[in-house]
Design a protein around this ligand. Structure first.
Ligand SMILES: CC(C)(COP(=O)(O)OP(=O)(O)OC[C@H]1O[C@@H](n2cnc3c(N)ncnc32)[C@H](O)[C@@H]1OP(=O)(O)O)[C@@H](O)C(=O)NCCC(=O)NCCS
Length: 196
């Protein structure tokens, strides 16, 4: 009963976020959690159990139009801003952390299980602990038409250039130029998309 009430509360909240927003609920059984600082564009699609949280601190999540957020995806602003361009989407179980701002361009595919960061900790000498170090905020930029393969990790402060492809399971610790196809841990450019 409590669960049902909570679900209805969040669905009501979603509906009132933007009256011009047309939101499709593909499955309402488990609910979608949304912070009040989330702004959805038009025709944004969800599947269940997605979370859009500002998470303790302020922060915002802003999507373009025709975005898609799959089951168990989490957009956690953590005081920063997460922005999505039109027609971009994330697969199941994607986690995006907005501490230092994450910007995703248009027409991007972020495949299931991937994780996008925008902060880091410095590593102090052995006389202090790592968890006492503040977050270093590092804006992450994913330009238009990027495909991030399943289970990839994109570290904070990285730019992935327009049209690039990141192979499944990659750890991206450096910038990737436009139209590169990059793979592995640590990531290496294996080739470029053809011009033909
Ligand atoms: C990156 C990718 C698109 C490359 O496909 P491709 O152009 O057909 O490339 P190839 O299979 O010819 O591989 C080229 C080289 O990259 C290597 N490679 C390909 N995928 C790799 C990966 N995920 N990790 C590490 N190396 C990889 C291959 O071993 C090969 O190396 P070699 O030349 O030394 O033999 C594909 O491998 C991939 O990872 N796709 C993502 C799939 C996915 O996440 N789908 C989720 C649904 S959206």
């Amino acid at each position: 009963m409590f669960l049902k009430k909570t679900i209805h509360f969040f669905i009501k909240k979603l509906k009132t976020l933007k009256n011009k927003t047309k939101i499709y609920y593909l499955n309402q059984q488990k609910g979608i959690n949304v912070s009040t600082t989330t702004e959805f564009g038009r025709n944004v699609y969800f599947t269940t159990s997605s979370q859009f949280w500002k998470h303790f601190k302020n922060g915002a999540i802003i999507t373009g139009n025709f975005c898609k957020f799959s089951r168990n995806s989490n957009l956690l602003a953590y005081g920063g801003t997460i922005t999505f361009g039109d027609y971009s989407g994330v697969g199941e179980g994607v986690n995006i952390y907005g501490h230092g701002n994450v910007t995703v361009g248009k027409n991007c595919l972020i495949a299931m299980g991937s994780c996008i960061l925008s902060s880091n900790h410095s590593i102090p000498n052995i006389h202090s602990t790592i968890n006492s170090q503040p977050d270093i905020l590092l804006p992450t930029l994913i330009e238009d038409d990027v495909w991030i393969g399943a289970n990839s990790v994109i570290l904070g402060g990285i730019t992935i250039g327009k049209g690039a492809v990141i192979a499944a399971g990659s750890v991206v610790h450096k910038d990737i130029p436009p139209y590169a196809i990059a793979a592995g841990n640590p990531v290496r450019i294996i080739k470029y998309r053809s011009n033909d």
